[in-house]
Design a binder for this molecule. Structure first.
Ligand code: ISE
Length: 343
């Protein structure tokens, strides 16, 4: 006779209820069987209350540390501003609570190392990092095509990453930290290689933008095993949001095809609508990421997404890219030895 083992419902606390955090909270509430939103926190308490109202019985906390420590919270999802991620993740490690931290894991190399060392000292993994492209069906199809071996060895990763617009006066450093981290992770994951050297150039797309603005970046990465990667990251593309990745392999190429588009004919034009932000194009990826995370917490095996190690490496590549953009030509990425925990 088949016996069914009851799986525990995981009560998640969500920190940060802006667009991304609210999307995660609502996805958890609506689509993830085996999870509930126990509580939410946001500096803007009315925004937190609005998110809670969409998630059943979620409590509104007035302090993120209280949420992390509360007995009703089994696991934490961090989607607050980038520069709060590392400390909140460290607080989760201190209370031994699993955490899915939105990218970037940290905004400085020092902070990324602190998280890595804290988790390594624990001796088991509690941290997952939200590089959701690893769960995006189009990116997964590219990965599977590469793994099939039919195309030969992957040699070059080519990425395009465009936002419709960003805050006035954005610097290259901010774009590299907030946006391009996805591209670093995508290149590493799809090629299965590590970044060894980077070269970055950037420009200001319009004279009316603040002088410090570098909103169009060209990034070249020289990878282990004689592979290369190149990304265009343009965050004021105006027409909409788009991400693509192509792998050039020895005997063919594979590209992320947009699967979910309706062909539109209108005003002497035939084509596809482009979304204005990432929440809709990557909705399936966000849900798949949550399913995998919650299943891993219920004992269904390891999380298949990015780890603290990936968060650390991304920060190292980011720091090297900032240095290259600011004047040094080719900058090496010198990683510490990978702790056995992440092998
Ligand atoms: C944003 O924070 C994201 O995570 C999006 O996925 C990315 O494409 C965008 O550039 C970032 O600003």
């Amino acid at each position: 006779m088949e016996t069914k083992v009851a799986t525990k419902t995981i009560s998640v606390g969500v920190i940060g209820t802006g667009g991304m955090g609210t999307r995660h909270a609502v996805n958890l509430h609506r689509f993830i069987c085996g999870a509930r939103v126990a509580g939410v926190y946001d500096l803007d308490q009315s925004r937190a209350a609005q998110a809670a109202a969409q998630c059943g019985e979620a409590l509104v906390f007035d302090d993120p540390l209280k949420l992390i420590q509360d007995d009703s919270v089994d696991a934490v999802l961090i989607a607050s501003p980038d520069d709060t991620h590392a400390n909140l993740t460290l607080a989760c490690l201190e209370t031994r609570k699993p955490v899915l931290c939105e990218k970037p894991l940290a905004t400085t190399v020092e902070d990324a190392v602190k998280v890595l060392e804290a988790e390594d000292a624990l001796g088991y993994k509690l941290v997952s990092v939200g590089f959701m492209r690893r769960f995006d069906p189009q990116h997964v199809a590219v990965k599977n095509a590469a793994l099939s071996g039919e195309l030969g060895r992957p040699l070059l990763w080519k990425g395009v990453h465009r936002n419709a617009s960003v805050a006035f006066g954005i610097t290259g450093a901010t774009i590299l930290t907030n946006s391009a981290g996805h591209d670093f992770d995508s290149a590493r994951w799809l090629l299965g290689e590590e970044v060894q050297e980077v070269y970055v150039r950037g420009l200001r797309s319009r004279p009316e933008l603040h002088e410090v603005t570098r909103d169009l970046l060209l990034i070249e990465m020289f990878m282990s095993n004689n592979c290369m990667a190149t990304a265009e990251v343009y965050v004021n593309a105006e027409y909409g949001y788009e991400v693509s990745a192509e792998l050039v392999c020895q005997r063919g190429t594979v590209f992320t095809e947009q699967a979910d588009k309706a062909l539109v004919r209108s005003k002497s034009h035939r084509g596809y609508f482009v979304q204005s932000d990432w929440l809709t194009p990557f909705q399936d990826a966000y849900v798949a990421e949550l399913v995998d995370w919650i299943e891993s917490l219920q004992g269904g095996g390891p999380f298949h997404g990015a780890t603290t190690w990936d968060g650390y490496v991304t920060m190292m590549v980011t720091a090297a890219c900032i240095q290259s953009l600011n004047g040094s030509a080719l900058v090496p990425v010198k990683l510490i030895e990978k702790p056995a925990l992440y092998e």
